[in-house]
Structure formats: structure tokens, C-alpha cells
Design a protein around this ligand. Structure first.
Ligand code: ZN
Length: 261
């Protein structure tokens, strides 16, 4: 019962750790196409793996991921027209987050970190947190941190990983960052021989509804993943895990102490 995963420990062990003040991590991903070389669960798999590494560093617990995300947009995730991209309405995602935050609080959790792994989730996760905080009230002593994990990639790492220039996080869908991180955490789920070789997608600076699916490369990859390596993944993941752990220790006053393990 040493696991940091909530779904791998008993309620008795969970209660013990929560009463000791453990920080709980809630990964929030999507079920979305990630090109022909990565699995549909990439966003939740990465958010969960990163959460587990941070939880081990700070004595935390990782809750089961929310594995359905807000609708994939053509310019950041390829769009909804890919088979397997299975999304929920914004109100549904906000409701899931609201209910989960309230339930964690009901059982005594006072420090929660939501680790967003899917670009389009951001504002609906934010709304869910806002609604839950209103439900709980300011006397509930609940604090929630929201992170988008890719924000913790350091500039010197991005310069090294992208010697020709970083294309920006939106075009990074199923590209070098996610593929390299998957090579680090789940190499058996990556099909390197299936990485498309086409150049970056060219989008106008606006969106159209219904989506102009012709704007999107048919592979679903928005910029090439061919320069992905396990070593780049290790470096990116180290930035992200160390950065989130430092933020958690700072905001929740854990400096030097591992709580709840
Ligand atoms: Zn992704």
C-alpha cells in the first residue's frame, strides 16, 4: 500500500494520509487523437505520470484521472472530426471538476492540485474550481492549485529541444514535447515508425464553425514529431516535475517536509 495512486490504496490508508495533510493531485486529460504514433489517452497518461512523480516528491496522492476533455479544436488538437476524439461539453467538464473538488473537500482534503494535460480544458477546469470554491465557502479552508504541465518547460530546455525554434504549444499537439514525454514514461505505447514527416500545419489567425477540416493535416499531427527522443523527454519531464513540486511546496508551505507518506 505504498502506492501514490488513490485507486491502488484502501480507504483506510487514504483516510490516514488525508488526515496527515497529504496534497491530492487530480490529473485532467482527454480521449483525443494524437496522430498515428501516440495513443488516444496520451493527455491523461502524461498528466497522471507527471502527477505521480510530483506526488512521490512531496508525499501526495494521485486521484484517478478525468479522462474526457473539452472539445478538440482544429488549431490546437486537430478538431473533433478524428475518429476516437471523444469529448464532453464545457458544462459537463466544469461539473465534473466542481463535484470532484467538493468531494475531496468533504473527506478532509484541504490542498488539491489539478494537473491539466489537455490544452482545451483550461477554462472549463477553471470554472469548475470557481464553482466548487463558491460551494465550499471561504471558511472551508480549501486551497486549489491549477497547473498546465507544459508551462513548466524551461526556456533553456526548449532552446535545446527545438534548435530551429519552438513552434508554440498549440502546434505541439502530438509533436516533439508529447512524443518525447511519452517515450520517457510509456515507450511501449509509442510507434516511432508511424511518425508523419510532413511540415507544420498552416492556420489562419481565426476559427470557423463548422470546422474547416481541410486546414488540419490528415495525420492529426500539427507539427513534426520526428525529432522526438527519450532523452528530450527525460529533460522536459524533469523540468515539469521539479517545477510543479517546487510550486506545491511553496504555496502549501511544505518546504523541506514530505507530508502524509
Ligand atoms: Zn495531448
Amino acid at each position: 500500500m505504498n502506492s501514490v495512486r488513490m485507486d491502488n490504496i484502501s480507504w483506510v490508508e487514504y483516510e490516514r494520509r488525508v488526515e496527515a495533510g497529504a496534497v491530492v493531485f487530480l490529473p485532467c486529460g482527454a480521449t483525443e487523437q494524437h496522430g498515428p504514433h501516440l495513443p488516444l489517452g496520451t493527455d491523461a497518461l502524461l498528466a497522471s505520470a507527471i502527477s505521480e512523480d510530483v506526488a512521490r516528491a512531496v508525499g501526495g496522492i494521485v486521484a484517478p484521472a478525468i479522462s474526457y476533455g473539452y472539445k478538440s479544436q482544429p488549431r490546437s488538437g486537430g478538431g473533433q472530426h478524428f475518429c476516437g476524439t471523444t469529448s464532453v461539453d464545457g458544462a459537463t467538464l466544469s461539473g465534473l471538476i466542481r463535484d470532484a473538488v467538493r468531494e475531496f473537500h468533504r473527506h478532509g482534503v484541504r490542498r488539491l492540485v489539478i494537473v491539466v494535460g489537455h490544452y482545451e480544458n483550461q477554462w472549463f477546469v477553471t470554472e469548475g474550481i470557481e464553482l466548487a470554491m463558491r460551494d465550499i465557502g471561504e471558511h472551508g479552508a480549501m486551497e486549489v492549485m491549477r497547473v498546465e504541465h507544459w508551462e513548466f518547460c524551461r526556456q533553456d530546455t526548449l532552446d535545446a529541444v527545438f534548435p530551429d525554434g519552438f513552434p508554440g504549444i498549440a502546434l505541439e499537439h502530438a509533436a516533439v514535447i508529447e512524443t518525447s514525454m511519452m517515450l520517457h514514461y510509456h515507450p511501449q505505447l509509442v510507434s516511432l515508425e508511424r511518425i508523419p514527416t510532413h511540415g507544420p500545419a498552416q492556420f489562419p489567425t481565426y476559427d470557423m464553425y463548422p470546422a474547416r477540416t481541410a486546414w488540419v493535416p490528415s495525420s492529426g499531427v500539427l507539427s513534426s514529431a520526428k525529432d522526438s527522443t527519450r532523452e528530450k523527454g527525460r529533460r522536459l519531464v524533469t523540468d515539469v516535475v521539479d517545477g510543479i513540486a517546487a510550486a506545491v511546496r511553496h504555496e502549501f508551505g511544505l518546504d523541506g517536509a514530505a507530508v502524509g507518506s
